[in-house]
Write a protein of this length. Structure first.
Length: 67
């Protein structure tokens, strides 16, 4: 996980799976990088990289694993 990202919160949102959390964050980071399509307001992000923004979106509940 990245510095400043609460691992427990991310895992809670992803059913406890580090693998699922990583895959979701990687796919979302790619989208953010390619499209600049962010789900939170710019001032809500603490991180600057697409990966940290993706983890913050997971914690905020904007991205959820498929059930």
């Amino acid at each position: 996980m990245l510095a400043g990202i609460n691992k427990d919160e991310v895992l809670e949102k992803c059913g406890g799976s580090t693998f699922i959390a990583s895959v979701i964050a990687a796919k979302r980071a790619r989208e953010i990088h390619q499209e600049k399509n962010e789900l939170l307001d710019e001032e809500e992000y603490n991180g600057v990289t697409p990966v940290s923004k993706a983890y913050e979106e997971i914690i905020a509940g904007k991205i959820k694993p498929k059930e």
